[in-house]
Structures are given as C-alpha cells and as structure tokens.
Design a protein around this ligand. Structure first.
Ligand SMILES: NC(=O)c1ccc[n+]([C@@H]2O[C@H](COP(=O)([O-])OP(=O)(O)OC[C@H]3O[C@@H](n4cnc5c(N)ncnc54)[C@H](O)[C@@H]3O)[C@@H](O)[C@H]2O)c1
Length: 255
C-alpha cells in the first residue's frame, strides 16, 4: 500500500488496453484515491464500464481535451474539490494518422504543430493548470517512448514530440523543484494499445522488440504501471527530471 491516503489524477483512459488504465488499477490497488480523465463523451461510457474492476470507485471522472485551456482548468477544478492532490499522470498523445505512415520529410506545419501541442505542450499546460492544487512533494509522471532518442521508422513526428516532452520534463522538474514537486517520465517499451496501433507496422515493432530486448519479451502494461506507482510514492523521493526506460532493456542494445 505505497499510496494509501494519496490522491492522483490520471489523464487519459480510452479503453481497457490504455496504459492510463493499467496505472489506474495499480494505483488503486496501492490505496490511492483517483480522479480519472477521458478525452471526450465518445470514450466516457467505455471508461465507466471499466470502473467495477477497481477496488474502490474513483473520486471523480472528468472530461479533459488538452487542446483546451478551459477544459484543463475545469479538470483542475473538479480535482480541487477534493483538496490538494499528490500529483498527476500525463498519459496521452496524438499525431494525425498520415504522420505515422508517410516519410517524416512530408510532415506538414499543421500536423507538426498538432502533434507537439497535444503530446508535449499539454504537459506544460497541465502543470500550469494544476500547480495551485498540487501539494508540496507532489509527483508528476509522463509517458514517453524510445523514439524520442533514436529513429523508429514511422514513429516520425511523435518521436520529435516525445523529445520535446522529455526536455519539458527536465525544465518542469527544475521550476517545480523549489516546492519539492518532482517530474519524471517513463519511457515504455511498445504496448499493444489503440494509440500504438496507429503507428504503421506496429505489430512488427512488437515482434522485433521481443527478439532483441535482453529480457527476450515485451513489457507488460502492468510493469509500466508499477513504475508509475514507484514515481508516485515516497520510494522515489530523491528522483526528479529522470526518464526511466521500462522496456525489458531494449534501449541498451547496440545491435
Ligand atoms: N503503447 C505504447 O507502445 C507506448 C509506448 C511508450 C509510450 N506510450 C505513451 O503512453 C501514453 C498513453 O498511450 P497508450 O499507448 O496507452 O494509448 P491509448 O490510445 O490508450 O491512450 C492515448 C490517450 O490519449 C488521449 N488523447 C489523444 N488526444 C487527446 C487530446 N487532444 N486531449 C486529451 N487526451 C487526448 C486519448 O483519448 C487516449 O486516452 C501516450 O503518451 C503514449 O505515447 C505508449
């Protein structure tokens, strides 16, 4: 029970395969009280249907499209009804489908902006919006991918967005560190989710990863979630600005 008595907001759950849902289940099992986010009314019913799997109902469910400052503020206000919170998880990303199929060279200005806005700037916007209701010693956790560091064919502009997200983690860690608020990211190995399947050739990536990673298997979403619990808990109190690979070791390989 590493998170007993702690309150966390998690953005956003799309369905049962979402890494955000794995994190919700793990945080719930560790005693946390949760505010759970979904992007729009389109996904709300799916999220509601999952809730019976939790040990206790969430404090609140909240719609949060991160392209809207108003929705970020509204989500903050919903979470703030329960007093100050112990942190939030930023577990969302988006790039227009053609960006994940065509050569990176063809990325349009508009699509580049969309991907960076939703997948990277939103962490900054969320930190700004939630700052007034974060406790000192709160923990902010974001989700990244190795495509931020190395070229992953078809990941394209999402890799650029994840690089910006990882840099944002470090700059936010510096700014918020004065209040002992920590900001870290988990660089997860490939997990078969809705967003991941949007990357052309994703099943091939899963296959390759399984063969090449030192542990000779793909990471489970629950292992990513365990690391989120670690970053949310006091066990990681000395760690901030860190990008932790949870990828069955894939990133250490040269060949
Ligand atoms: N699945 C993987 O292989 C993998 C690997 C490393 C990192 N990640 C990261 O994990 C995070 C969660 O993705 P996932 O794989 O669980 O997929 P997912 O499809 O389950 O989740 C993506 C979420 O992003 C949300 N989203 C998209 N646009 C949004 C917007 N404008 N406003 C608010 N929310 C929006 C969707 O509603 C959805 O809930 C992402 O940051 C992703 O890049 C995934």
């Amino acid at each position: 029970m590493l998170l007993k008595g702690k309150k966390f907001a998690i953005f956003n759950i799309a369905n049962k395969r979402s890494i955000a849902w794995a994190i919700a289940k793990e945080m719930d099992a560790h005693g946390a009280e949760l505010i759970l986010g979904y992007q729009s009314e389109r996904t709300k019913d799916t999220v509601v249907s999952l809730l019976e799997e939790l040990e206790k109902p969430p404090l609140a469910l909240v719609a949060c499209d991160v392209t809207s400052d108003e929705q970020l503020a509204a989500a903050r206000d919903v979470a703030g009804q329960f007093g100050k919170i112990d942190g939030f998880v930023h577990c969302l990303a988006y790039a227009p489908r053609e960006c994940l199929e065509e050569p990176f060279l063809q990325t349009s200005r508009e699509n580049f902006w969309t991907a960076l806005n939703i997948s990277a700037y939103s962490l900054v916007g969320m930190a700004q919006a939630f700052r007034p209701i974060l406790k000192n010693e709160a923990s902010i956790i974001a989700l990244s991918y190795f495509g931020a560091e190395k070229v992953m064919p078809n990941y394209n502009v999402m890799g650029v967005a994840k690089a910006a997200l990882e840099a944002s983690v470090r700059y936010l860690a510096y700014d918020l560190g004065v209040d002992q608020i920590r900001v870290n990211a988990i660089s997860a190995g490939p997990v078969n989710t809705l967003a991941a399947r949007g990357v052309s050739g994703f099943l091939g990536i899963l296959d390759l990863h399984e063969k090449r990673a030192p542990l000779r298997r793909n990471v489970e979403a629950c292992e990513v979630a365990d690391t989120a619990v670690f970053f949310a808990s006091k066990l990681s109190s000395g760690i901030t600005g860190e990008i932790m690979h949870v990828d069955t070791g894939y990133n250490i390989m040269g060949m």
